[in-house]
Design a protein around this ligand. Structure first.
Ligand SMILES: *Cc1c(COP(=O)(O)O)cnc(C)c1O
Length: 231
């Protein structure tokens, strides 16, 4: 058995165990296999082993790979999206996890609408203490959600966040709880068209904790494909 297949088997087992431990149905948790820097041949191996969703961070890197890997899988954009790349993101991706500002949401809407598309998106939230500079601040999310709810062509599925890396995954738990509570507060506002059915959170090092706190999409790269080359 190849390493990728073995890694995926082990990952599925751990996902299932975490879900059951938390009393959640395992089928509610979907895997986004993060394939940034991974060669198409190895991505195809993962797809043949059952991966249904792939995650990429860079539009340009992903374009070639998407054409090579072919259909039958769904591609999610999880990296920082520059507004001037929105049209390519829409052409190549089925879902955008990283909408963190109104200008980007407006541009996605402007392009998706005349194509008759309804693009699923996540609002990316920057929770205090995070090292990444991307994501809307907690207090900005409410305004962002209200504005986005009026835009055609895009449809908010939920929230996404990326806590700092911790050696101890327990340290990430407060971030996941915060994101879930933020989603609950948004639901309570009953903004039309804002569902919050999904939470995109948890990576190789902390996905079990994320599942325990309500993740519906986990984004896992290293635990499937091995370590990435240092930048
Ligand atoms: C790279 C990346 C991941 C996957 O990280 P791993 O630690 O390799 O699992 C998840 N989410 C985002 C936004 C990423 O950039």
């Amino acid at each position: 058995m190849s390493t990728i297949v073995e890694n995926l088997n082990r990952l599925q087992e751990r996902m299932q165990k975490a879900a059951e431990g938390a009393g959640r149905p395992p089928e509610k948790i979907r895997l986004v296999a993060v394939s940034k820097t991974v060669e198409p041949g190895r991505i195809i191996e993962a797809v043949q082993a059952g991966v249904k969703i792939l995650g990429e961070n860079y539009v340009q890197e992903a374009q070639k790979k998407i054409l090579e890997v072919g259909g039958g899988v769904s591609w999610h954009f999880i990296g920082h999206l520059q507004t001037n790349k929105a049209k390519y993101a829409i052409r190549f991706f089925d879902c955008i996890h990283s909408v963190d500002r109104i200008s980007l949401a407006e541009e996605l809407s402007r392009i998706a609408k005349p194509q008759g598309k309804l693009l699923p998106i996540f609002l990316q939230v920057h929770l205090s203490g995070e090292t990444t500079k991307f994501g809307a601040k907690e207090e900005e999310v409410f305004g962002l959600a209200e504005r986005v709810s009026t835009l055609e062509g895009i449809s908010v599925q939920g929230l996404m966040t990326m806590p700092p890396y911790f050696d101890n995954p327990e340290d990430a738990r407060p971030y996941f709880i915060k994101l879930r509570r933020l989603a609950d507060r948004l639901v309570a506002l009953k903004i039309p068209g804002i569902a919050m059915a999904e939470l995109s959170m948890g990576m190789s090092n902390d996905f079990e904790v994320a599942i325990e706190e309500g993740a519906t999409l986990i984004r896992v790269g290293t635990a499937i494909f091995g370590p990435r080359p240092a930048k």
